[in-house]
Design a protein around this ligand. Structure first.
Ligand code: LLP
Length: 444
């Protein structure tokens, strides 16, 4: 298919700054992503639909590999996982971070090498641990004192599992209280300040079935500054030095987690990856030199920054309601495919696609179709004044923590996922149907 590109169209570079870099304005207010017009995706696959720009995902993986040439980059599967995603990440040379038997099985059955997978989780089930050991994951990250004995028992006599310890370094960072994990007032990790981490390390070192390869921390998510990472890194190096002093053990690995923030709307800040990589490396080399430690192998675990900006959500407008001062534009999705505005107050920048509007902009609130007043997708956004039923709205930066957190609320069914790449679109995950619900519901 040929696409008439109109570079002079009004959608300026600034307005599309948070869209995938392949995004191109088309005639009649349409946009192409990955070379495929959004109107065509809506017609072919229905709405709501999520599209993922394969080239954008791969490009972001490459940026990580280039920025962190001496580190392991593990994609955090919780942001979004599908078999195609597994393949892209693998082909681009990344490892994987999973946090359940489900994520792990999907990745391994899609062909991902288990030794490049790290298993996380504050409360791993017996099934999680059994799958990890059966499939041979590279590392299990210990997050609570009881896990050591459980893993050792599951490994059995003569066996040995590589583990890391998740440390809470006492650094507060992240885009919202619910996604700050670097301090003691939340459920993850073992504390540096109350000695929980040190105690766990001592016990692991005394357990022959566990091989401690290093330390891990993840201070939060949607972090846009480098500084909290540097503070955390210093504390982690300090702990590595204390482990060396107390036990004579030099740990070879240090995993600094993910949390790298992205812009959801034009003009918002994003974490500068090149700066992060450069300053982490300098701090690591200097800190280790000062502590007399060899430089450990660094790992990072980005999720959102790999897949978030590669995704676009497509909705059809169902109703437009004027209530007092407010204009509510209701679409055919909502909090079941994107709970993030309701959970974290995140602001998105939806956009009308598929027709040009001569009407001036008006402030509107884009809401979903769920039976709940909090079902808001984007509050107080500027949309053309004549938005009407049948219009298409597209929301950029929709690739992370939307579908992976999607629910079955109101049995509307989870949306289809479509990959776009070099002018073609293909279905990755089909839309959930009533038949899917009916087939699980086996009692009467
Ligand atoms: N590593 C660990 C151990 C994590 O817990 C997470 C995210 C990551 C890596 C990846 O973080 P990222 O680079 O994606 O920020 N649902 C929230 C985000 C929760 C993040 C949970 N852990 C949201 O929608 O913003």
């Amino acid at each position: 298919m040929t696409i008439a590109v109109l570079p002079e169209m009004p959608a300026g570079a600034g307005e599309l700054s948070v869209w995938p870099s392949s995004t191109t304005p088309l005639p009649h207010g349409d946009l192409a992503v990955g070379g495929v017009p959004l109107t065509e995706i809506a017609d072919r696959f229905g709405t709501p639909a999520y599209l993922l720009d394969e080239g954008e995902v791969r490009g972001r993986c490459r940026t990580y590999r280039d920025s962190f040439p001496d580190a392991d980059v593990l994609y955090a599967a919780k942001a979004f996982l599908s078999r195609a995603m597994v393949r892209w990440v693998q082909e681009e040379g990344l490892g994987l971070d999973v946090c359940s038997a489900g994520e792990l099985e999907l990745a391994v059955t899609a062909g991902f090498p288990p030794d490049r997978i790290v298993l996380h989780g504050n409360a791993k089930t017996p099934q999680d641990l059994a799958a990890a050991l059966r499939l041979g994951v590279g590392r299990i990250v210990i997050d609570s004192p009881s896990e050591m004995a459980r893993i050792a028992a599951a490994v059995g006599p003569g066996g040995r599992q590589k583990v890391m310890v998740r440390v809470v370094p006492g650094v507060s960072a992240g885009g919202h209280d619910k996604i700050r994990t670097g301090t003691e007032d939340q459920k993850f990790g073992l504390s540096l300040t109350d000695g929980g981490a040190q105690h766990a390390i001592t016990r692991i070192l005394g357990q022959p079935r566990l091989e401690l390869t290093g330390l891990h921390c993840h201070i939060g998510s949607q972090i846009t500054e480098v500084k909290p990472y540097l503070v955390a890194l210093r504390r982690m190096i300090g702990l590595m030095a204390r482990v060396r002093d107390a036990h004579g053990v030099v740990l070879p690995e240090l995993d600094m987690g993910g949390g790298h923030g992205v812009a959801y709307r034009p003009g918002e800040a994003a974490l500068d990856l090149t700066a992060l990589a450069r300053r982490l490396r300098t701090e690591l080399v200097d800190g280790c030199a000062a502590a007399g430690l060899p430089v450990p192998r660094l790992a990072v675990e980005p999720g959102r920054a790999v897949v978030g900006p590669a995704g676009v959500a497509l909705y059809r407008v169902l109703t437009v309601k004027h209530t007092g001062e407010k204009v509510f534009v209701a679409v055919d999705g909502g909090m079941s495919d994107n709970p993030r505005p309701a959970l974290y107050g995140v602001r998105y920048a939806p956009r009308l696609v598929g027709r040009h509007s001569a009407a001036g902009p008006r402030t509107a609130t884009v809401v979903g179709r769920h039976c709940e007043a909090g079902d808001v997708l984007a509050s107080d956004v500027r949309l053309p004044g004549d938005v009407r039923p049948g219009d298409l709205l597209a929301v950029p930066v929709a690739g992370a923590y939307q579908l992976s957190m999607a629910s079955g609320y109101n049995l509307v069914g989870r949306p289809a996922v479509v990959a776009v790449h070099e002018g073609t679109a293909r279905l990755l995950v089909r839309r959930e149907t009533l038949e899917d619900y009916r087939s699980r519901d086996i009692g009467i």
